[in-house]
Design a protein around this ligand. Structure first.
Ligand SMILES: [Zn+2]
Length: 449
């Protein structure tokens, strides 16, 4: 792949030169703060050089936008403030794209376009809308807007979360996950394409060192998913702080599709559950809860002479990942009657090994964050980069500020790095004004971006 290697070098060189230019600008400013003319000239020169160097690395890039939920009431998801966009704001964005003559492509269409397999009109600007996870509001709220503006989108669903039509009572509620009938109806319209987001969307322990014990912390939602698979689609309706996973040993963790799993011995887990259940519920919240659990664990391991746990072998890892990638594709293909050849990595994380396994399983390309690819026509199409546009901008929900942030993000993606200071300022203000109030169950919201 000589082309992508030389591109990598180009990007690195561009960043290094840009950095040098900015250090020079900063030095001039420090050395001659009283010379505003020199400062202005330096700033403009720095901007021009940075823009030229960086935009050349993304020339002709097609921006792929990432959303999750589009909801009037994102609170149902508990982390919805970070993962949801208001339908009014979403509609403004669609209107902006329409007014600016963007043609929407699905992910398979983008792949064909980037691989020169498509006869799409190259002179019209292209953009891709994607939604992750498969929330019901994608059908209830976003789909009518896509129809209204005649725009296409790809939804990446994790098949464990797809609801059977008989499940749940309210068919048109924004809360919860997509049903099979929702998916079929959207696919039938020709506007929505469904691709894979794996099966489980979960995490695994990837280290054998014990870090503590579960006492109902919200960030361990995935533990609930792994241990209560029958209740996975309705996890958001449970009081996770009181659910019976107390005492579960915790370790360093990572995405299930990239990390080799460390499994704690079942007997050890059962013993710790029993021990934690015997303690009064209030004691779980005590600071010394971990100390008591750890002491009990040591006593149990010594008396029962059991191994604490073991890593899955490399062969088991390969088989597990292959199994998940193949199963999700088969399930979606059966449901939609359309080929599935694209995978979006849950939490945007992947490794070289997982990329190889996805290719072996027949995925033509995988999708991750902004830095995974520049989506240029001169580039390999086996990885596709995206950017999250569901967040507020400049620390506010003001519609004008949000549209400015949206515009700047797309321009940056397309290589106009002169807009980067606007994006950076918006992100910084978001961090300042929208501090997360509770731990993110996906570990870091940055993983989603
Ligand atoms: Zn996801």
């Amino acid at each position: 792949m000589p082309r992508s290697v030389s591109k990598k070098k180009r990007v690195r060189r561009a960043w290094i030169i840009t950095l040098i230019v900015w250090i020079a600008v900063f030095s001039i400013w420090v050395l001659s703060p009283l010379n505003p003319f020199l400062l202005l000239v330096s700033l403009i020169t720095g901007l021009a050089i940075s823009r030229y160097l960086l935009s050349s690395t993304r020339k002709g890039a097609v921006a792929v936008l990432n959303y999750h939920s589009v909801s009037h009431n994102p609170a149902w998801l508990r982390i919805g403030e970070q993962l949801s966009i208001h339908p009014r704001q979403f509609e403004r964005q669609l209107r902006y794209l329409k007014q600016n003559n963007y043609e929407t492509l699905t992910i398979p269409e983008l792949y064909d376009y980037l691989s020169h397999r498509s006869v799409a009109n190259k002179s019209q600007k292209k953009i891709v809308l994607t939604f992750d996870d498969g929330y019901a509001d994608n059908f209830v709220t976003a789909f009518p807007l896509l129809k209204k503006y005649d725009m296409k989108a790809t939804i990446f669903v994790s098949t464990d979360f797809i609801l059977k039509d008989a499940q749940g009572a309210r068919h048109n509620s924004e809360e919860g996950y997509l049903r099979e009938s929702h998916i079929k109806q959207m696919v039938k319209s020709g506007l929505v394409d469904i691709q894979s987001h794996g099966v489980t969307h979960t995490r695994v322990f990837n280290d054998d060192k014990s870090l503590g014990f579960h006492h109902g912390q919200l960030e361990n939602i995935w533990l609930f998913w792994n241990n209560r698979p029958r209740h996975k689609t309705e996890w958001w309706q449970h009081d996770l702080t009181s659910f019976a996973l107390h005492g579960y040993p915790l370790h360093k963790q990572g995405p299930a599709l990239t990390d080799r799993k460390f499994c704690v011995n079942e007997q050890v887990i059962n013993h710790l559950h029993t021990f934690a259940a015997q303690r009064s519920p209030n004691k779980h919240k005590e600071r010394n809860s971990d100390v008591a659990c750890r002491q009990e664990l040591q006593n149990f391991l010594a008396s029962a002479s059991l191994p604490y746990g073991s890593f899955e072998t490399h062969e088991e890892y390969d088989e597990r990942i292959r199994g998940e990638l193949e199963k999700s594709r088969e399930q979606i293909e059966k449901l939609t009657n359309k080929p599935v050849a694209f995978l979006c990595w849950p939490q945007n994380e992947y490794s070289q090994k997982s990329l190889n396994l996805a290719a072996q399983c027949g995925y033509k390309a995988t999708v991750s964050n902004f830095f995974s690819s520049s989506n240029c026509i001169t580039n390999s199409a086996s990885t596709i980069g995206r950017v999250y546009v569901g967040a507020p901008c400049f620390g506010t929900h003001n519609p004008y500020a949000q549209l400015l942030g949206f515009h700047a993000t797309i321009k940056c993606f397309e290589g106009s790095y002169v807009w980067y200071p606007v994006v950076a300022l918006s992100n910084a203000l978001n961090k300042l004004f929208f501090k997360q109030t509770e731990p993110d169950p996906f570990m870091s919201i940055q993983d989603q971006l």
